[in-house]
Design a protein around this ligand. Structure first.
Ligand code: PLP
Ligand code: SF4
Length: 327
């Protein structure tokens, strides 16, 4: 396979990284962002994602997910650096073995987009991302643990790896007899749909193991025609396509928004999987809603949607054997 810069990599390099440039593009006052907040966590917004925003609207639900605001600097009691206890479960080689039968592999620290609500905003990536050296150790750990049936590529965003690296990892895992499935947790089909290129489609089509791909979409406005086309081309490879969302104040905490999201995901060939309540990471308190509101919203979805379009409402808790279902 070739190593030249792909179209999606060029597009990624052109992402907005300065709040003022993004606000200018949206015809908004460039003083509306907080430049202090990008010192802790950089701004990064692919142009394809910005194109889905409404010009002139500071309350746009996509802009609100990515623009640094001064509320991030507020320290709130109960909001932690590692709210889900991932560092406790981290093995030496970039693997997070927290749940039975499946393991998370931190393939890369980077993301194409920096979501301000992300629980990984404080994560020590340089220590945990999978380097070539750590890869051999990780593969050995997987060979030695026959209870592991599913490997979840996470990050950061695993689709930031080159097609060549993805192919290598799939090949290596396919040689371990007890590994039955590979899962990708990725926001790239949503925020940089050009990533789903012909070569990746070909790799997924020919993979020796079944592949599950879980996208991360929070709002129906994220599902542009290009995103829909990317999802439908993934669907044609016969992989299983699911979505997880995060419940976010001022962005998607309305029953009609969540309903439309489920219906439009389905039209893209994607089934709703999880609706997460916010992980309490320091700097994200302004996105949180009371848990009872989340439960009420979920109940309304249950009443208004086909059963298979209702995502499971879950919470990630440190030290638990699985995500906690909320009712
Ligand atoms: C969410 C998560 C998984 C996957 O859990 P599922 O319920 O199978 O989707 C695995 N490992 C970790 C550390 C997780 O946070
Ligand atoms: S890990 Fe997911 S939620 Fe966090 S910044 Fe990356 S894409 Fe956004």
């Amino acid at each position: 396979m070739n190593t030249h810069t792909s179209l999606w990599q060029k597009e990624l390099a052109q992402a907005f990284t300065q709040p003022s440039t993004l606000l200018d593009y949206l015809n908004l006052d460039s003083k509306m962002a907080c430049s202090q907040a990008i010192k802790d966590f950089a701004m990064r917004v692919p142009r394809a994602y910005a194109e889905c925003m409404e010009k002139g609207n500071i309350n746009d639900p996509l802009l609100q997910q990515v623009l640094p605001f001064s509320q991030e600097l507020v320290t709130t009691q109960g909001y932690l650096k590692d709210p889900v206890g991932d560092l406790d479960s981290l093995t030496h080689s970039g693997l997070i073995h927290k749940y039975q039968g499946r393991i998370l592999l931190i393939t890369t620290g980077g993301c194409a987009i920096n979501c301000r609500f992300c629980f990984r905003r404080n994560f020590p990536y340089s220590e945990v991302q999978l380097t070539k050296e750590k890869e051999q150790q990780a593969l050995q750990y997987l060979r030695d643990n026959s209870e592991i049936h599913e490997v979840i590529f996470s990050g950061g965003d695993p689709l930031l790896l080159s097609n060549q690296r993805i192919q290598q990892l799939i090949n290596a895992l396919s040689e371990i007899p007890h590994i039955q499935r590979i899962r990708f947790h990725t926001r790239l089909p949503i925020v940089l749909p050009s990533r789903i290129d012909a070569q990746l489609i070909s790799i997924f089509s020919k993979a020796a193991l079944p592949i599950v791909l879980v996208t991360h979409c929070n709002h129906p406005n994220e599902l542009s025609p290009a995103v829909k086309a990317a999802c439908l081309s993934l669907k044609q490879t016969n992989i299983s396509l699911l979505n997880q969302s995060v419940l976010l104040k001022g962005i998607n905490n309305h029953v009609n928004t969540l309903k439309t999201l489920s219906e439009q995901l389905f039209a893209c060939g994607v089934l709703p999987y999880y609706l997460h309540v916010l992980d309490k990471a320091q700097g994200t308190a302004h996105f949180d809603i009371p848990q009872q509101n989340a439960i009420d919203l979920h109940q309304q979805l249950q009443e208004q949607l086909s059963g298979y379009l209702v995502p499971k409402l879950v919470k990630e808790e440190a030290g638990k054997a699985s995500k906690t279902l909320l009712f």
